[in-house]
Design a protein around this ligand. Structure first.
Ligand SMILES: Cc1cc2nc3c(=O)[nH]c(=O)nc-3n(C[C@H](O)[C@H](O)[C@H](O)COP(=O)(O)OP(=O)(O)OC[C@H]3O[C@@H](n4cnc5c(N)ncnc54)[C@H](O)[C@@H]3O)c2cc1C
Length: 501
Protein backbone atom coordinates (compact mmCIF):
# COMPACT_ATOMS: atom_id res chain seq x y z
CA UNK A 1 0.00 0.00 0.00
CA UNK A 2 1.38 3.45 -0.88
CA UNK A 3 1.83 6.18 1.68
CA UNK A 4 -0.97 8.08 -0.07
CA UNK A 5 -3.66 5.48 0.41
CA UNK A 6 -5.12 5.93 3.90
CA UNK A 7 -5.53 2.92 6.13
CA UNK A 8 -8.83 2.53 7.93
CA UNK A 9 -7.12 1.77 11.25
CA UNK A 10 -3.62 2.43 12.50
CA UNK A 11 -3.15 0.22 15.56
CA UNK A 12 -0.33 1.05 17.97
CA UNK A 13 0.87 -2.01 19.89
CA UNK A 14 1.49 -5.66 19.03
CA UNK A 15 0.38 -7.12 22.35
CA UNK A 16 -2.64 -9.38 22.66
CA UNK A 17 -5.07 -6.45 22.54
CA UNK A 18 -3.59 -4.74 19.47
CA UNK A 19 -3.26 -7.98 17.49
CA UNK A 20 -6.74 -9.11 18.61
CA UNK A 21 -8.26 -5.86 17.33
CA UNK A 22 -6.22 -6.11 14.10
CA UNK A 23 -7.57 -9.60 13.39
CA UNK A 24 -11.16 -8.71 14.16
CA UNK A 25 -11.05 -5.48 12.12
CA UNK A 26 -9.25 -7.03 9.14
CA UNK A 27 -11.87 -9.80 9.09
CA UNK A 28 -14.58 -7.14 8.81
CA UNK A 29 -12.91 -5.75 5.70
CA UNK A 30 -10.96 -2.81 7.16
CA UNK A 31 -7.49 -1.89 5.91
CA UNK A 32 -5.19 -2.26 8.88
CA UNK A 33 -1.69 -1.18 9.74
CA UNK A 34 -0.39 -2.40 13.10
CA UNK A 35 2.94 -1.06 14.36
CA UNK A 36 4.87 -2.69 17.19
CA UNK A 37 8.10 -1.01 18.30
CA UNK A 38 9.69 -4.27 19.50
CA UNK A 39 8.64 -7.88 18.96
CA UNK A 40 5.06 -9.12 19.13
CA UNK A 41 4.19 -9.81 22.79
CA UNK A 42 7.59 -8.58 23.92
CA UNK A 43 6.07 -6.77 26.91
CA UNK A 44 3.04 -7.53 29.11
CA UNK A 45 1.56 -10.12 26.76
CA UNK A 46 4.41 -12.56 27.38
CA UNK A 47 4.72 -11.82 31.10
CA UNK A 48 1.39 -13.14 32.35
CA UNK A 49 0.62 -16.13 34.60
CA UNK A 50 -0.57 -17.74 31.35
CA UNK A 51 -4.08 -18.49 32.52
CA UNK A 52 -7.32 -18.22 30.63
CA UNK A 53 -9.44 -17.82 33.71
CA UNK A 54 -12.49 -16.17 35.16
CA UNK A 55 -10.35 -14.93 38.04
CA UNK A 56 -11.75 -16.57 41.17
CA UNK A 57 -10.24 -13.90 43.41
CA UNK A 58 -12.02 -11.06 41.57
CA UNK A 59 -15.32 -12.30 43.04
CA UNK A 60 -14.09 -10.92 46.35
CA UNK A 61 -14.09 -7.46 44.71
CA UNK A 62 -17.61 -8.02 43.27
CA UNK A 63 -16.27 -7.98 39.69
CA UNK A 64 -19.17 -10.12 38.48
CA UNK A 65 -19.27 -8.61 34.96
CA UNK A 66 -15.61 -9.27 34.39
CA UNK A 67 -15.68 -12.80 35.85
CA UNK A 68 -18.76 -13.78 33.83
CA UNK A 69 -17.32 -12.44 30.59
CA UNK A 70 -13.95 -14.09 31.28
CA UNK A 71 -15.60 -17.45 32.04
CA UNK A 72 -17.57 -17.25 28.80
CA UNK A 73 -14.38 -16.44 26.92
CA UNK A 74 -12.57 -19.36 28.59
CA UNK A 75 -15.02 -21.81 27.03
CA UNK A 76 -14.91 -20.12 23.64
CA UNK A 77 -11.13 -19.79 23.44
CA UNK A 78 -10.67 -23.43 24.42
CA UNK A 79 -12.53 -24.32 21.21
CA UNK A 80 -10.82 -21.71 19.05
CA UNK A 81 -7.25 -22.58 20.00
CA UNK A 82 -7.13 -26.07 21.55
CA UNK A 83 -3.45 -26.37 20.60
CA UNK A 84 -2.21 -23.48 22.78
CA UNK A 85 -4.96 -23.57 25.45
CA UNK A 86 -5.65 -26.55 27.68
CA UNK A 87 -7.82 -27.26 30.72
CA UNK A 88 -6.05 -27.11 34.06
CA UNK A 89 -7.33 -28.44 37.37
CA UNK A 90 -6.50 -26.24 40.37
CA UNK A 91 -6.11 -27.49 43.92
CA UNK A 92 -6.89 -24.93 46.59
CA UNK A 93 -5.47 -26.10 49.95
CA UNK A 94 -7.70 -24.68 52.65
CA UNK A 95 -6.50 -22.56 55.55
CA UNK A 96 -9.33 -21.24 57.65
CA UNK A 97 -7.29 -18.34 58.98
CA UNK A 98 -7.16 -16.71 55.53
CA UNK A 99 -10.74 -17.27 54.35
CA UNK A 100 -13.46 -19.41 55.97
CA UNK A 101 -14.52 -22.58 54.09
CA UNK A 102 -18.07 -21.31 53.58
CA UNK A 103 -16.69 -18.29 51.69
CA UNK A 104 -14.61 -20.49 49.38
CA UNK A 105 -17.56 -22.80 48.80
CA UNK A 106 -19.81 -19.84 47.92
CA UNK A 107 -17.15 -18.39 45.61
CA UNK A 108 -16.64 -21.70 43.80
CA UNK A 109 -20.40 -22.20 43.46
CA UNK A 110 -20.67 -18.78 41.79
CA UNK A 111 -17.61 -19.51 39.63
CA UNK A 112 -19.26 -22.70 38.38
CA UNK A 113 -22.60 -21.03 37.70
CA UNK A 114 -21.78 -17.60 36.26
CA UNK A 115 -21.23 -19.22 32.85
CA UNK A 116 -21.76 -22.71 31.51
CA UNK A 117 -18.64 -24.81 30.99
CA UNK A 118 -19.43 -28.18 29.41
CA UNK A 119 -15.74 -28.91 28.79
CA UNK A 120 -14.58 -28.36 32.37
CA UNK A 121 -15.57 -30.21 35.57
CA UNK A 122 -17.31 -28.49 38.51
CA UNK A 123 -15.55 -27.56 41.75
CA UNK A 124 -15.32 -30.12 44.55
CA UNK A 125 -14.25 -30.31 48.17
CA UNK A 126 -11.51 -32.89 48.78
CA UNK A 127 -9.80 -34.56 51.73
CA UNK A 128 -6.16 -33.85 50.91
CA UNK A 129 -4.77 -36.62 53.13
CA UNK A 130 -6.57 -39.21 51.02
CA UNK A 131 -5.89 -37.59 47.68
CA UNK A 132 -2.75 -37.71 45.51
CA UNK A 133 -3.15 -33.91 45.27
CA UNK A 134 -2.31 -33.73 48.96
CA UNK A 135 0.94 -35.67 48.67
CA UNK A 136 3.32 -32.76 47.97
CA UNK A 137 1.60 -30.58 50.60
CA UNK A 138 2.40 -30.18 54.30
CA UNK A 139 0.58 -32.71 56.42
CA UNK A 140 -1.17 -30.06 58.55
CA UNK A 141 -3.25 -29.06 55.51
CA UNK A 142 -6.08 -31.52 55.52
CA UNK A 143 -8.89 -29.99 53.54
CA UNK A 144 -9.00 -28.50 50.07
CA UNK A 145 -11.03 -27.79 46.98
CA UNK A 146 -10.54 -28.37 43.28
CA UNK A 147 -11.86 -26.26 40.43
CA UNK A 148 -11.04 -25.76 36.76
CA UNK A 149 -9.56 -23.06 34.55
CA UNK A 150 -7.25 -23.12 31.51
CA UNK A 151 -3.59 -22.52 30.71
CA UNK A 152 -2.46 -20.63 27.61
CA UNK A 153 0.75 -19.88 25.78
CA UNK A 154 0.33 -16.10 26.01
CA UNK A 155 2.97 -14.99 23.51
CA UNK A 156 1.82 -17.54 20.94
CA UNK A 157 -1.77 -16.38 21.39
CA UNK A 158 -0.56 -12.90 20.44
CA UNK A 159 1.45 -14.15 17.45
CA UNK A 160 -1.50 -16.25 16.24
CA UNK A 161 -3.75 -13.20 16.33
CA UNK A 162 -1.18 -11.30 14.27
CA UNK A 163 -1.01 -14.19 11.78
CA UNK A 164 -4.79 -14.34 11.64
CA UNK A 165 -4.88 -10.58 10.99
CA UNK A 166 -2.29 -10.88 8.23
CA UNK A 167 -4.25 -13.76 6.66
CA UNK A 168 -7.15 -11.31 6.36
CA UNK A 169 -5.01 -8.63 4.74
CA UNK A 170 -3.61 -6.63 7.70
CA UNK A 171 -0.17 -5.09 7.42
CA UNK A 172 1.70 -6.06 10.61
CA UNK A 173 5.02 -4.30 11.13
CA UNK A 174 7.20 -5.23 14.07
CA UNK A 175 10.30 -3.22 15.06
CA UNK A 176 8.32 -0.16 13.96
CA UNK A 177 7.63 2.75 16.30
CA UNK A 178 4.90 5.32 16.08
CA UNK A 179 6.87 8.56 16.53
CA UNK A 180 4.07 11.10 16.22
CA UNK A 181 0.61 11.57 14.80
CA UNK A 182 -1.65 14.51 14.24
CA UNK A 183 -5.17 15.01 13.06
CA UNK A 184 -5.61 16.49 9.61
CA UNK A 185 -9.40 16.88 9.71
CA UNK A 186 -10.91 13.47 9.05
CA UNK A 187 -7.56 11.69 8.79
CA UNK A 188 -4.64 10.96 11.09
CA UNK A 189 -1.20 11.61 9.68
CA UNK A 190 1.40 9.55 11.47
CA UNK A 191 5.17 9.29 11.33
CA UNK A 192 6.49 5.79 11.92
CA UNK A 193 10.06 4.57 12.10
CA UNK A 194 11.50 1.27 10.96
CA UNK A 195 13.82 0.57 13.89
CA UNK A 196 16.14 -1.73 11.94
CA UNK A 197 16.95 0.80 9.21
CA UNK A 198 16.03 3.96 11.18
CA UNK A 199 13.99 5.14 8.20
CA UNK A 200 10.92 7.26 8.82
CA UNK A 201 7.76 7.28 6.74
CA UNK A 202 4.36 8.94 6.85
CA UNK A 203 1.09 7.06 6.80
CA UNK A 204 -2.52 8.20 6.95
CA UNK A 205 -5.39 6.48 8.69
CA UNK A 206 -9.07 7.18 9.25
CA UNK A 207 -8.80 6.16 12.91
CA UNK A 208 -6.08 5.28 15.41
CA UNK A 209 -6.27 2.58 18.08
CA UNK A 210 -3.98 3.15 21.02
CA UNK A 211 -3.34 -0.41 22.25
CA UNK A 212 0.09 0.46 23.64
CA UNK A 213 -0.52 -1.29 27.00
CA UNK A 214 1.78 0.28 29.62
CA UNK A 215 2.52 3.11 27.14
CA UNK A 216 -1.14 4.08 26.64
CA UNK A 217 -0.76 7.34 28.59
CA UNK A 218 2.55 8.22 26.90
CA UNK A 219 0.90 7.91 23.49
CA UNK A 220 -1.96 10.17 24.60
CA UNK A 221 0.59 12.71 25.83
CA UNK A 222 2.50 12.58 22.52
CA UNK A 223 -0.74 13.04 20.61
CA UNK A 224 -1.67 15.92 22.97
CA UNK A 225 -4.99 14.34 23.82
CA UNK A 226 -6.64 14.59 27.23
CA UNK A 227 -8.42 11.51 28.52
CA UNK A 228 -10.74 11.23 31.51
CA UNK A 229 -9.15 7.84 32.16
CA UNK A 230 -5.83 7.02 33.76
CA UNK A 231 -3.63 3.97 33.66
CA UNK A 232 -2.26 2.36 36.81
CA UNK A 233 0.96 0.42 36.28
CA UNK A 234 1.41 -2.61 38.53
CA UNK A 235 4.43 -4.87 38.23
CA UNK A 236 4.07 -8.63 38.56
CA UNK A 237 6.88 -11.19 38.61
CA UNK A 238 7.16 -14.96 38.25
CA UNK A 239 9.84 -17.52 39.02
CA UNK A 240 10.42 -20.91 37.40
CA UNK A 241 11.96 -23.75 39.39
CA UNK A 242 12.56 -27.46 38.77
CA UNK A 243 9.31 -29.43 38.99
CA UNK A 244 7.98 -29.23 42.56
CA UNK A 245 5.32 -31.93 42.33
CA UNK A 246 4.06 -34.75 40.09
CA UNK A 247 0.78 -34.68 38.21
CA UNK A 248 -0.94 -32.27 35.82
CA UNK A 249 -2.70 -30.24 38.54
CA UNK A 250 -1.85 -26.68 39.55
CA UNK A 251 -2.11 -25.17 43.04
CA UNK A 252 -3.61 -21.88 44.14
CA UNK A 253 -2.13 -20.81 47.46
CA UNK A 254 -3.73 -18.28 49.77
CA UNK A 255 -1.25 -16.10 51.58
CA UNK A 256 -1.71 -14.42 54.93
CA UNK A 257 -1.80 -11.00 53.18
CA UNK A 258 -4.93 -12.30 51.35
CA UNK A 259 -3.08 -12.41 48.02
CA UNK A 260 -2.88 -15.63 46.07
CA UNK A 261 0.06 -17.29 44.37
CA UNK A 262 -0.17 -20.00 41.70
CA UNK A 263 2.15 -23.00 41.30
CA UNK A 264 1.62 -24.36 37.80
CA UNK A 265 3.22 -27.32 35.97
CA UNK A 266 5.33 -25.79 33.21
CA UNK A 267 6.89 -27.44 30.16
CA UNK A 268 7.13 -30.95 31.67
CA UNK A 269 10.18 -30.34 33.84
CA UNK A 270 9.35 -27.11 35.67
CA UNK A 271 6.94 -25.31 37.98
CA UNK A 272 5.88 -21.73 37.28
CA UNK A 273 5.23 -19.67 40.41
CA UNK A 274 3.60 -16.25 40.55
CA UNK A 275 2.70 -13.56 40.87
CA UNK A 276 3.31 -10.35 42.79
CA UNK A 277 1.56 -6.95 42.70
CA UNK A 278 3.90 -3.98 43.08
CA UNK A 279 2.98 -0.41 42.12
CA UNK A 280 5.20 0.72 39.23
CA UNK A 281 5.94 4.44 39.38
CA UNK A 282 8.64 4.47 36.72
CA UNK A 283 8.29 4.98 33.00
CA UNK A 284 7.22 1.87 31.08
CA UNK A 285 10.53 2.21 29.20
CA UNK A 286 12.36 1.28 32.42
CA UNK A 287 11.93 -2.42 31.84
CA UNK A 288 10.84 -4.27 34.98
CA UNK A 289 12.92 -6.94 36.70
CA UNK A 290 12.11 -9.14 39.66
CA UNK A 291 13.55 -7.83 42.92
CA UNK A 292 14.89 -9.84 45.85
CA UNK A 293 11.79 -9.25 48.00
CA UNK A 294 9.52 -10.62 45.28
CA UNK A 295 11.62 -13.77 44.89
CA UNK A 296 11.62 -14.21 48.66
CA UNK A 297 7.86 -13.68 48.84
CA UNK A 298 7.20 -16.28 46.12
CA UNK A 299 9.56 -18.82 47.75
CA UNK A 300 7.90 -18.29 51.14
CA UNK A 301 4.44 -18.79 49.62
CA UNK A 302 5.57 -22.18 48.34
CA UNK A 303 7.32 -23.12 51.58
CA UNK A 304 4.17 -22.38 53.60
CA UNK A 305 2.31 -25.09 51.73
CA UNK A 306 4.71 -27.63 50.17
CA UNK A 307 6.89 -30.27 51.81
CA UNK A 308 9.70 -29.43 49.42
CA UNK A 309 11.18 -26.04 50.28
CA UNK A 310 12.70 -23.70 47.73
CA UNK A 311 15.17 -20.83 48.03
CA UNK A 312 16.17 -18.08 45.55
CA UNK A 313 19.06 -20.34 44.47
CA UNK A 314 16.52 -22.77 43.01
CA UNK A 315 15.23 -20.20 40.52
CA UNK A 316 16.05 -21.23 36.96
CA UNK A 317 14.31 -18.37 35.18
CA UNK A 318 12.26 -15.36 36.17
CA UNK A 319 10.29 -12.73 34.32
CA UNK A 320 8.43 -9.54 35.16
CA UNK A 321 5.79 -7.48 33.41
CA UNK A 322 3.81 -4.35 34.02
CA UNK A 323 0.02 -4.54 34.05
CA UNK A 324 -1.55 -1.52 32.34
CA UNK A 325 -4.61 -1.40 34.59
CA UNK A 326 -7.52 1.00 34.38
CA UNK A 327 -7.02 3.28 37.38
CA UNK A 328 -10.08 2.98 39.62
CA UNK A 329 -8.32 4.83 42.47
CA UNK A 330 -7.89 1.70 44.64
CA UNK A 331 -5.23 2.20 47.26
CA UNK A 332 -4.09 -1.45 47.11
CA UNK A 333 -2.34 -2.62 43.91
CA UNK A 334 -3.95 -6.10 44.20
CA UNK A 335 -7.42 -4.56 44.38
CA UNK A 336 -7.21 -2.41 41.23
CA UNK A 337 -9.82 -3.63 38.75
CA UNK A 338 -8.68 -6.04 36.03
CA UNK A 339 -11.63 -5.03 33.85
CA UNK A 340 -11.01 -2.98 30.71
CA UNK A 341 -12.29 0.44 29.65
CA UNK A 342 -12.32 1.95 26.17
CA UNK A 343 -11.94 5.68 25.68
CA UNK A 344 -13.18 7.06 22.36
CA UNK A 345 -11.83 10.54 21.62
CA UNK A 346 -13.76 12.18 18.85
CA UNK A 347 -15.01 15.58 17.75
CA UNK A 348 -17.27 16.20 14.78
CA UNK A 349 -15.42 16.07 11.47
CA UNK A 350 -12.20 14.87 13.09
CA UNK A 351 -10.63 11.43 12.89
CA UNK A 352 -11.31 9.30 16.01
CA UNK A 353 -8.85 7.80 18.50
CA UNK A 354 -9.71 4.76 20.61
CA UNK A 355 -7.54 4.08 23.67
CA UNK A 356 -7.50 0.80 25.58
CA UNK A 357 -7.12 0.83 29.37
CA UNK A 358 -6.68 -2.41 31.29
CA UNK A 359 -7.81 -5.89 30.33
CA UNK A 360 -6.70 -9.48 30.56
CA UNK A 361 -5.29 -11.98 28.11
CA UNK A 362 -8.53 -13.89 28.74
CA UNK A 363 -10.82 -11.09 27.59
CA UNK A 364 -8.81 -9.80 24.60
CA UNK A 365 -11.30 -11.17 22.03
CA UNK A 366 -14.32 -9.48 23.63
CA UNK A 367 -12.27 -6.31 24.09
CA UNK A 368 -11.60 -6.38 20.33
CA UNK A 369 -15.31 -6.85 19.61
CA UNK A 370 -16.20 -3.98 21.92
CA UNK A 371 -13.58 -1.83 20.18
CA UNK A 372 -15.21 -2.60 16.83
CA UNK A 373 -18.58 -1.58 18.28
CA UNK A 374 -17.11 1.75 19.38
CA UNK A 375 -15.65 2.34 15.91
CA UNK A 376 -18.76 1.18 14.03
CA UNK A 377 -20.15 4.71 13.41
CA UNK A 378 -17.05 5.58 11.37
CA UNK A 379 -16.90 2.54 9.08
CA UNK A 380 -19.01 0.20 7.00
CA UNK A 381 -18.09 -3.29 8.06
CA UNK A 382 -18.62 -6.02 5.51
CA UNK A 383 -19.23 -8.58 8.24
CA UNK A 384 -20.74 -8.78 11.73
CA UNK A 385 -18.82 -10.00 14.80
CA UNK A 386 -17.10 -13.20 13.64
CA UNK A 387 -14.19 -14.12 15.90
CA UNK A 388 -16.29 -16.26 18.29
CA UNK A 389 -16.57 -19.01 15.73
CA UNK A 390 -13.44 -18.94 13.57
CA UNK A 391 -10.47 -20.82 15.06
CA UNK A 392 -7.14 -19.08 15.43
CA UNK A 393 -4.41 -20.22 13.01
CA UNK A 394 -3.62 -23.90 13.67
CA UNK A 395 -6.69 -24.26 15.88
CA UNK A 396 -9.00 -25.94 13.35
CA UNK A 397 -8.74 -29.27 15.17
CA UNK A 398 -11.74 -31.57 14.66
CA UNK A 399 -14.11 -31.22 17.65
CA UNK A 400 -11.31 -29.44 19.50
CA UNK A 401 -9.97 -32.95 20.26
CA UNK A 402 -6.26 -32.26 20.69
CA UNK A 403 -5.49 -35.84 21.81
CA UNK A 404 -6.85 -37.33 18.60
CA UNK A 405 -5.16 -34.66 16.52
CA UNK A 406 -1.86 -35.42 18.21
CA UNK A 407 -2.18 -39.18 17.70
CA UNK A 408 -2.59 -38.63 13.96
CA UNK A 409 0.12 -35.98 13.75
CA UNK A 410 2.56 -38.23 15.63
CA UNK A 411 2.04 -41.02 13.11
CA UNK A 412 2.82 -38.64 10.24
CA UNK A 413 6.16 -37.50 11.70
CA UNK A 414 7.95 -40.68 12.88
CA UNK A 415 11.34 -38.97 12.39
CA UNK A 416 10.70 -36.46 15.20
CA UNK A 417 11.43 -37.32 18.84
CA UNK A 418 8.41 -37.33 21.19
CA UNK A 419 9.21 -34.05 22.94
CA UNK A 420 9.65 -32.17 19.66
CA UNK A 421 6.50 -33.68 18.15
CA UNK A 422 4.52 -32.65 21.23
CA UNK A 423 6.01 -29.18 21.33
CA UNK A 424 5.31 -28.57 17.64
CA UNK A 425 1.76 -29.90 17.83
CA UNK A 426 1.04 -27.56 20.74
CA UNK A 427 2.72 -24.53 19.22
CA UNK A 428 1.48 -24.79 15.63
CA UNK A 429 -1.56 -27.11 15.79
CA UNK A 430 -2.73 -27.98 12.29
CA UNK A 431 -0.04 -25.69 10.83
CA UNK A 432 2.73 -27.96 12.18
CA UNK A 433 2.99 -29.82 8.87
CA UNK A 434 3.44 -26.51 7.07
CA UNK A 435 6.32 -25.73 9.42
CA UNK A 436 7.91 -29.09 8.57
CA UNK A 437 7.39 -28.37 4.86
CA UNK A 438 6.95 -31.94 3.64
CA UNK A 439 10.04 -33.20 5.49
CA UNK A 440 10.25 -36.98 5.62
CA UNK A 441 13.47 -37.28 7.58
CA UNK A 442 15.47 -35.35 10.17
CA UNK A 443 17.99 -34.43 7.48
CA UNK A 444 15.27 -32.59 5.55
CA UNK A 445 14.99 -30.18 8.49
CA UNK A 446 18.52 -28.81 8.08
CA UNK A 447 20.87 -27.86 10.91
CA UNK A 448 19.80 -29.03 14.36
CA UNK A 449 20.33 -26.19 16.85
CA UNK A 450 19.56 -28.47 19.79
CA UNK A 451 16.48 -29.49 21.79
CA UNK A 452 14.47 -30.13 18.63
CA UNK A 453 14.92 -26.67 17.09
CA UNK A 454 15.92 -27.00 13.46
CA UNK A 455 16.85 -24.67 10.64
CA UNK A 456 13.50 -25.39 8.96
CA UNK A 457 11.56 -24.20 12.03
CA UNK A 458 13.69 -21.09 12.40
CA UNK A 459 13.17 -20.25 8.72
CA UNK A 460 9.43 -20.64 9.20
CA UNK A 461 9.48 -18.36 12.25
CA UNK A 462 11.38 -15.73 10.29
CA UNK A 463 9.15 -15.97 7.21
CA UNK A 464 5.76 -16.44 8.84
CA UNK A 465 6.00 -15.20 12.42
CA UNK A 466 8.09 -12.02 12.32
CA UNK A 467 11.01 -13.50 14.32
CA UNK A 468 14.23 -11.49 14.04
CA UNK A 469 16.28 -12.41 17.13
CA UNK A 470 17.16 -15.49 19.17
CA UNK A 471 15.05 -14.04 22.01
CA UNK A 472 12.01 -13.87 19.73
CA UNK A 473 12.43 -17.57 18.96
CA UNK A 474 13.66 -18.99 22.24
CA UNK A 475 11.47 -16.97 24.64
CA UNK A 476 8.35 -15.96 22.73
CA UNK A 477 7.66 -18.27 19.70
CA UNK A 478 8.88 -21.19 21.85
CA UNK A 479 10.11 -21.50 25.44
CA UNK A 480 13.18 -23.47 24.40
CA UNK A 481 15.24 -20.82 26.17
CA UNK A 482 14.59 -22.89 29.30
CA UNK A 483 16.87 -25.59 27.88
CA UNK A 484 19.41 -23.70 25.75
CA UNK A 485 22.99 -23.11 26.91
CA UNK A 486 24.70 -19.77 26.20
CA UNK A 487 26.61 -21.29 23.27
CA UNK A 488 23.50 -22.86 21.78
CA UNK A 489 21.69 -19.53 22.14
CA UNK A 490 24.53 -17.75 20.36
CA UNK A 491 24.45 -20.27 17.50
CA UNK A 492 20.76 -19.46 16.92
CA UNK A 493 21.51 -15.73 17.03
CA UNK A 494 24.41 -16.14 14.55
CA UNK A 495 22.18 -18.02 12.14
CA UNK A 496 19.50 -15.31 12.34
CA UNK A 497 21.99 -12.49 11.87
CA UNK A 498 23.43 -14.18 8.80
CA UNK A 499 20.03 -15.08 7.37
CA UNK A 500 18.52 -11.63 7.89
CA UNK A 501 21.46 -9.83 6.34
C1 LIG B 1 2.27 -10.42 36.11
C2 LIG B 1 1.08 -10.49 35.22
C3 LIG B 1 0.25 -11.62 35.23
C4 LIG B 1 -0.86 -11.67 34.40
N1 LIG B 1 -1.57 -12.84 34.35
C5 LIG B 1 -2.63 -12.93 33.52
C6 LIG B 1 -3.31 -14.17 33.38
O1 LIG B 1 -2.91 -15.21 33.92
N2 LIG B 1 -4.40 -14.20 32.59
C7 LIG B 1 -4.86 -13.10 31.92
O2 LIG B 1 -5.89 -13.20 31.28
N3 LIG B 1 -4.19 -11.91 32.00
C8 LIG B 1 -3.09 -11.81 32.76
N4 LIG B 1 -2.37 -10.64 32.83
C9 LIG B 1 -2.85 -9.47 32.08
C10 LIG B 1 -2.40 -9.48 30.62
O3 LIG B 1 -1.09 -9.96 30.50
C11 LIG B 1 -2.48 -8.07 30.03
O4 LIG B 1 -3.76 -7.54 30.26
C12 LIG B 1 -2.26 -8.05 28.53
O5 LIG B 1 -1.11 -8.78 28.17
C13 LIG B 1 -2.10 -6.60 28.06
O6 LIG B 1 -1.87 -6.63 26.67
P1 LIG B 1 -1.69 -5.29 25.86
O7 LIG B 1 -1.75 -5.67 24.43
O8 LIG B 1 -2.67 -4.28 26.33
O9 LIG B 1 -0.24 -4.74 26.28
P2 LIG B 1 1.22 -5.20 25.80
O10 LIG B 1 1.33 -6.65 25.67
O11 LIG B 1 2.23 -4.53 26.68
O12 LIG B 1 1.33 -4.58 24.34
C14 LIG B 1 1.48 -3.20 24.09
C15 LIG B 1 2.54 -3.03 23.03
O13 LIG B 1 2.55 -1.69 22.56
C16 LIG B 1 3.87 -1.44 22.07
N5 LIG B 1 4.08 0.00 21.93
C17 LIG B 1 4.10 0.93 22.92
N6 LIG B 1 4.38 2.16 22.40
C18 LIG B 1 4.53 2.00 21.05
C19 LIG B 1 4.84 2.89 19.98
N7 LIG B 1 5.05 4.20 20.17
N8 LIG B 1 4.94 2.38 18.73
C20 LIG B 1 4.75 1.04 18.49
N9 LIG B 1 4.46 0.16 19.49
C21 LIG B 1 4.35 0.62 20.75
C22 LIG B 1 4.75 -2.08 23.15
O14 LIG B 1 6.05 -2.35 22.66
C23 LIG B 1 3.95 -3.32 23.53
O15 LIG B 1 4.46 -4.50 22.90
C24 LIG B 1 -1.20 -10.57 33.60
C25 LIG B 1 -0.37 -9.45 33.56
C26 LIG B 1 0.79 -9.43 34.34
C27 LIG B 1 1.73 -8.28 34.24
Amino acid sequence: MSAQTPYDLLIIGGGVNGTGIARDAAGRGLKILLVEKDDLAQHTSSASTKLIHGGLRYLEYYEFRLVREALQERELLLNLAPHIIHPLKFVLPHRNAVRPAWMIRAGLFLYDHLACHPKLPNAQQIALQKSPYGQPLRSDIKKGFTYSDCAVDDSRLTVLNAKGARDKGADIRTQTTLLKAERKDDLWEATIQDNKTKTESTVQAKAVVNAAGPWVAEILKDLQIQSSMNVRLVKGSHIVVKKLFDGPQAYILQNADKRIVFAIPYHDEFTLIGTTDISWDQSPDALPNIDQDETKYLCESINNYFNKNITPEDVIWDYSGVRPLYDDASSNASAVTRDYHLDLNQTAGKAPLLSIFGGKITTYRRLAEHSMEQLAPFFQYNRKAWTASEPLPGGNITNGDFKLFYTNFRKSVPFLDDLTAQRMAHAYGTDALEVLNKATSKEDLGTDFGHGLTQREIDYLIEKEWATTADDILWRRTKLGLYFSKDEFQAVQNYLTEKLQ
